[in-house]
Design a protein around this ligand. Sequence first.
Ligand code: C2E
Ligand code: CA
Ligand code: CA
Length: 612
Amino acid sequence: MTADHDESPRDAGSVDELERRVRDLKVLQAFAATLLDYHGGIDEVLWDVAQQAVAKLDLEDCVIYVVDEDRGDLVQRAAFGPKNPREREILNPIRIPMGQGIVGSVAATGRVEMVEDTTLDPRYIRDDQMRYSELAVPIFNDGRVIGVIDSEHTRRGFFTEWHRDLLVAIAAMAAGRIASARLETQRRRLATRDSLTGLMNRSELLNLLQQRLDHASSTVVVIFLDLDHFGVINDSLSHLAGDELLAQVGQRISAHMPAGGMAARFGGDEFVAVLDGDLVAGRREAEALLAAITRVFDSGAVAGLHVGCSAGVAVGLAGNSASDLLHQADLAMYEAKRSGRGQVKVHDSRLAAMRRREQRLVVDMLRAVERRDPAIHAHFQPIHGIPDRRMVAVEALARWRHPEFGAVGPLEFIAAAERTGNIQPLGRHVLRDTFKHMAVWARLRPDLTLNINISPLQVQQDGFALQLLELLEEVGLPASRVACEVTESALLGDDRRAAQVLGALVREGIRLVLDDFGTGFASLATLTSHPFTGVKIDRGFVRDLSSSQASRAIVRSVVVLARDLGLSCTAEGVEHPEQMRILQEMGCPMAQGRGLCDALPPADLQARLSGP
Ligand code: C2E
Ligand code: CA
Ligand code: CA
């Protein structure tokens, strides 16, 4: 009857109705504003939605569930009601299997459920308090249910179509926000997880370890794990089986982690575990982890196989850097590998400093050798005849004046080169320098010979004899002017290989001297089973000549033995005239040592040779 009627012809048409619609729109607008506010995390946004739904729709409670695709059920993400008026965080979320209860059936069917009397609905699951009516609406995204909004009420028949329509509209608005949060979760998962094992990846572990160290109230243990010979196993298996092996190792590690621990795969066959505790606990855990990892596999393509593993342990305190700590655990793991694998080593700062120095030395040495840097060169120590003291030979001794560390001894840098497989370039460099000088002196003194030291690994190297002969030819030094000094340990490893190399050298006219005689294990046997032309009595015996009867007895026997076998014989490390006197008395033909002359730079030696 009034004009108002005609203005909205679609409506049953009352001012009340219009006002109600405007009110509803305002409610929805408020939700839209909440949902558009992307600053909060998803759980906070959902909590706001639940809280506003209760306030605006006059509900008793509101709970929002989200589908967990990994586990195939629903997990409670937000709840507002008398029980939790404030807590935005749900510590122990309720989980509901698909199809179970009213909420589960909404998720399974995608249909809204409005139950007027829950006592008549067998699906109703009573919580702590009996509620007599319930409204549950699905949240859709791309045609699939991704969640459910649920509300219960203590009064029968409380929910109306109005409630239903508004909640459906709210669900539709929340859908986009939930979907993008799920995408974000997946994206984070990809960025922080190792896809093969599901463990964390390197960068995530580094982040979390740093956070833990920043807030640590006690010590934190880092265990660095590396499978032994995984490359060999991987090559002999299919690619798939190799992956499966890594995945199973990952499972064993994560199954083994105590509460609060975390584990990561660093790529390849490297894994890292982090847990609270001290060094003792760390070692114990690392040993237990090794035992778990190396058990025979009992399923899948790797059933019946097993894999070895080495571990390094380091312990950090609040304020330490995560990457330093990881590096320490890595170094300790490297020590475990060096000591024969399959074991646990704990980080040791002195040992680590030694390794760092070794690594630095090797890098610098390779560079120096590469550019033929004279910082690495030979000094020469004369060997004298007894009793005339005439210089009959010189022994070349490698020297290195390091730009930063100063003089580095040959024992150190030769051992470093050997351990890292770099003895060949170093040996070549020193021999080239040595031969260059000797070629000049050979012309000055036709009776002078050169002794060079050959390390155990050099002897066993293919092509070593050839390389040496080439270098001699390069400078025009006859092989007959050179003697190689080798220690017994050079002959211990691959005995036949060493014998071949030494045999080849001797056939070319090079002499062979057994160095440090008396310190080995089977000296006499060694002496006769290789074509030696001489021995050098170890300086340990020479040192004790005047004080120890045993040393005197040994030196005397060696001198006699050498004479009877037709070998030359040199006493090393002669420092005092008394030692010279005893050696002369025993009939030892040659001596070398600081008491006679120290090792000299080539220019000084040359001066002596051309002098009177
Ligand atoms: P080595 O073959 O037994 O060499 C003799 C070592 O005794 C040298 O030490 C020498 O400086 C030292 N020495 C000389 N006179 C005396 C003395 O009166 N008393 C004492 N206590 N020592 C004396 P250096 O030069 O430090 O060499 C150590 C070892 O390094 C050598 O032991 C040798 O095994 C190895 N080495 C040196 N140069 C080379 C090289 O060019 N190649 C290889 N493969 N090894 C080398
Ligand atoms: Ca020597
Ligand atoms: Ca020696």
